[in-house]
Write a protein that binds this ligand. Structure first.
Ligand SMILES: Nc1ncnc2c1ncn2[C@@H]1O[C@H](COP(=O)(O)OP(=O)(O)OP(=O)(O)O)[C@@H](O)[C@H]1O
Length: 572
């Protein structure tokens, strides 16, 4: 686990690297079209604000002139303006959210595919040093990235356009400020504009100084939250083992440690936010009254009317509001940077997982053939050195040896998922293979789906009934289409029997079994092995197992002797 946020110098380059795939994807016409629409509506809102601003002058002048007719007309005008504003504002949000969900949908699919592609999710566990909790990256960060990117960029655009529009208005309205500096007469044209800029600049600088620690703290908060959640998920997934060990107290402590991080980091966030809010609220409140104070002398000297004063006030508010955008969204900006950092790390972790070597099997006419294949641990320690053997359809091999000698790892290499292997591996092309591990995988869904996983479900109930009878699972026949969490409901032995039946139903060309009958009694194992061996009589069957009973179903044995050594012998 890393302890501090990575420093991403090229924030915008990283942003574009993450964002670009969508904006050049097959959805690009829709994406750019919606963006143009949202930009148009945002500009419409600025236009309406300009209208409201000049309405201010008209309206307040009717009050100063005590003109009831003009007052009524101004109210009617307000109703039109307000209606148009509401329609534009509603649709601006609507289309922005439409763009947001399309982009998120696309990006989530993109990341899920990238993560699942070519076993990257598995390889990530082997290489992963930087990326914690890929599930959170995909489920939360992608959504946040899209939503913050849109709101920030559109907010920025709106602020710039507001600024450009209202600086002109404020310049014209505010008039020059004239005063004497010693003997010299000084004139500052459009002085309210300068005041607004200085006011916002001071605010921004102080906010940046106060708010900068928020970037790192937000990053760490997300990480601690995810670590804590992961801890809870582990307890749920290993509920039985923890209960049997009586490990609840220990787990409570572990979860407590993880949650302490969540709480203490949150306190730091609170302190930073408090410091920041003291200032931003003070500055925001001052902004309401400040322009009135600064412009009041010209009102009292009758240079401007009440309407002008109010219009100046509203224009100052717009200019300051636009400049204030960065101030107000400082924590969002910090959050955005943190999300980009996390997605960038995730993306590069997937890339490095993807870049791990792959052993690409060469095609041969039939069976499989290993020539000088060496299998190692991730740290380079050799488990099996220069393996040479070949198996033809109808052959079967039993792999034995002491614990830790590399039996499972060899099966992983043969299944094509272990990256740390060198040498030649040739295999018949266009074949199907099935890997059964000691703890079979039961997908979420019906028992029937689990039985055929990962192939298409068939409806051959007569065959399933025969197989269930053979495996002693007839009591499950009536629950075939029931959806349940089968990995928790079924005993390990039952799950292993389901997995073996899967091999019979799927009838692969290559069957790799890693102690997949370890939880069965000797009789059950013999019955099922016989049926599996019969199914595999035209395929290749490779088993890892310790039990002597397994010898009967295999023709050859590979003894893994540790430190790279091995020996191959014929059985029977
Ligand atoms: N993902 C991994 N990362 C690091 N080391 C690993 C990984 N997987 C396996 N190893 C190491 O490789 C060695 C061989 O493991 P493997 O599971 O192949 O042994 P095995 O012979 O099948 O043992 P057992 O009979 O106990 O199942 C072990 O020392 C193990 O710690």
């Amino acid at each position: 686990m890393k302890d501090k946020a990575p420093t991403v110098r090229h924030l915008f380059r990283n942003f574009w690297r993450i964002a670009k795939p969508y904006w050049v994807s097959e959805d690009k016409l829709y994406a750019w079209g919606l963006l143009a629409l949202v930009i148009g509506l945002s500009l419409g809102i600025v236009y309406m604000n300009v209208q409201f601003n000049s309405w201010n002058r008209e309206f307040y002048n009717t009050l100063q002139n005590v003109d009831a007719v003009a007052f009524k007309a101004a109210l009617i005008k307000f109703a039109y303006l307000a209606f148009a504003y509401i329609v534009i504002a509603v649709h601006a949000i609507w289309f922005q959210q439409m763009l947001e969900i399309r982009w998120r949908k696309w990006a989530t699919l993109h990341y899920t595919q990238k993560w699942l592609k070519e076993n990257n999710f598995y390889r990530l566990q082997l290489t992963d040093k930087d990326t914690d909790n890929p599930d959170q990256r995909i489920a939360e960060d992608v959504g946040q990235f899209v939503s913050i990117s849109l709101s920030l960029s559109l907010g920025l655009l709106r602020s710039v356009v507001t600024l450009v529009s209202f600086v002109g208005i404020l310049w014209t309205l505010s008039g020059p400020l004239k005063f004497m500096l010693g003997d010299t007469a000084v004139t500052i044209p459009g002085y309210m504009v300068w005041i607004a800029i200085i006011y916002a600049l001071i605010g921004t600088i102080i906010t940046i100084l106060l708010g900068s620690p928020l970037v790192g703290l937000n990053f760490m908060q997300q990480r601690y939250e995810a670590d804590f959640r992961f801890g809870l998920v582990r307890v749920r997934e290993n509920a039985e083992s923890i209960a049997i060990y009586g490990g609840a107290k220990d787990e409570q402590e572990r979860l407590g440690y993880r949650f302490v991080n969540v709480v203490s980091n949150f306190w730091s966030l609170m302190r930073m936010n408090k410091r920041l809010t003291w200032f931003t609220s003070f500055w925001g409140q001052l902004a309401i009254i400040f322009p009135l104070i600064v412009a009041a002398p010209r009102f009292f000297s009758k240079e401007i009317q009440l309407g002008d004063l109010m219009q100046i006030n509203s224009a100052f508010g717009q200019v300051y509001g636009a400049l204030d955008f960065i101030i107000g969204s400082f924590s969002t900006l910090a959050n955005w940077k943190a999300v980009i950092d996390r997605l960038t790390t995730f993306e590069s972790s997937i890339n490095s997982a993807n870049a791990l070597p792959r052993i690409t099997p060469k095609p041969i006419a039939n069976g499989l053939q290993l020539s000088n294949l060496s299998v190692s641990k991730p740290n380079g320690e050799v488990l099996l050195e220069q393996l040479n053997f070949s198996l033809k359809p109808g052959d079967s091999l039993l792999i034995r040896g002491k614990s830790g000698s590399g039996k499972s790892t060899l099966l992983r290499a043969l299944a094509g998922i272990w990256p740390y292997a060198q040498g030649e591996y040739a295999v018949q092309s266009n074949t199907t293979s099935l890997f059964l591990s000691q703890k079979p995988y039961m997908p979420l869904g019906s028992l029937r789906a689990a039985l055929y996983y990962p192939n298409d479900v068939q409806q051959d109930d007569a065959q399933i009934a025969d197989l269930f009878a053979l495996a002693g699972l007839s009591h499950l026949m009536s629950r075939l289409d029931e959806v349940d969490s089968w990995s928790h409901v079924l005993s390990l032995g039952e799950q292993q029997r389901i997995a073996l039946l899967r091999a019979i139903l799927v009838k692969p060309d290559f069957l790799l079994m890693d102690e997949s009958t370890s939880a069965l009694d000797a009789d059950g194992e013999a019955r099922l092995y016989r049926a599996v061996a019969e199914t595999m009589k035209d395929g290749v069957m490779i088993s890892v197992g310790h039990r002597s009973g397994l010898v009967e179903y295999h023709q050859q044995v590979l003894e893994c002797q540790g430190q790279g050594k091995w020996a191959l012998a014929a059985l029977n």
